[in-house]
Design a protein. Structure first.
Lengths: 161, 161
DNA sequence: CGAAGATCGTTTGAATTCGAACAAGAGCCT
DNA sequence: AGGCTCTTGTTCGAATTCAAACGATCTTCG
């Protein structure tokens, strides 16, 4: 009693053992690592991970400045979350807002000197964690493969919406 | 003017290009995929990803039941977040609470029939997303390597605290 | 047995997230 | 120019997260 429609709707491609194991481990690792990083950053500098991400992205941008929307895209947070976090970072003097010369609506998030120094102070301890739990546990070949796999997925996800 | 102490504190092992690319892609992918999954689950069944995770873990446990603390560990959420989510799921009848026979303090989260049916209904669409953006984009060998890498990291993170 | 300390799940309060709605400005097309 | 439509960043409200504090129960060890 099957036809192409019921087939299409009904046939689920479940995950085999290898796929399931990979997906499950990926999920747990992402959450666990996030927790660990959050803990380290909070203890070391009172920063959250999204805040740290913002500083990192700004520090890599020309002039230490970026448009809000672009920054939000880079950090993979909503625009409203970025507005909130930039306000927080402004309060503690790590970031400033500047108006955009080329677009009257635009706002630039600008890394301050204090922000750059904070990042330089915090980065080593942060990288320590990333290394200790992820990077240093993988062989060069594993690292290459993981990197390639993640890039493919990232690209697909950024293209989709 | 260096000694072993300043060395130890000062020498930061930065990430080389390969390491940086892998880490950055991992981070972005985790966030993007999370967003995409959240969107799909919300649209398909009004579930959040943590809620779906709870249903999945329960469905895989003997008797469809698990202790709160163990479930929280499995899902990688705080105990208070789990308390909140189980209450939510109870409201819509997908999960029930039961008292634990062996421990008076204990609480068992139990998957209801409705919960099991909901999961069966939602799983295909969810897996579609996981496949479309991650699993099906990787070669069997890549998948194996990613799985192994994630398991190593997960294990390290679960052992640490 | 009984006291000290660990563990269990919940409650509480603060912080953060998201999407939707909004006003202001840019861009396009004729 | 002028009207449409898209984009920008912010604001709002609701939902969710976490850690810390708590009362209740278990466990261990003297």
């Amino acid at each position: 009693m099957n036809n192409i429609y019921t087939e299409a709707v009904t046939d689920t491609r479940w995950l085999d053992a290898t796929e399931m194991a990979a997906w499950s481990a990926f999920l747990s690792t992402a959450h666990l690592l996030e927790r660990r990083i959050e803990e380290q950053l909070k203890a070391a500098a009172g920063l959250t991970h999204p805040q740290y991400e913002i500083l990192v992205r700004l520090s890599g941008a020309p002039g230490g400045r970026m448009r809000m929307t672009e920054l939000a895209r880079g950090c993979v947070v909503s625009k409203s979350a970025l507005t909130y976090q930039i306000t927080q970072l402004e309060k503690v003097g790590l970031v400033e807002r500047a108006s955009c010369p080329s677009d009257e609506r635009g706002v630039l998030a600008v890394l301050t000197e204090a922000g750059r120094h904070c990042l330089e102070k915090v980065a080593p301890g942060h990288l320590e964690v990333v290394r200790a739990y992820l990077i240093d546990r993988l062989s060069p070949e594993e690292l290459r493969t993981v990197g390639a796999a993640m890039r493919k997925t990232e690209q697909a996800l950024r293209a989709a919406p």
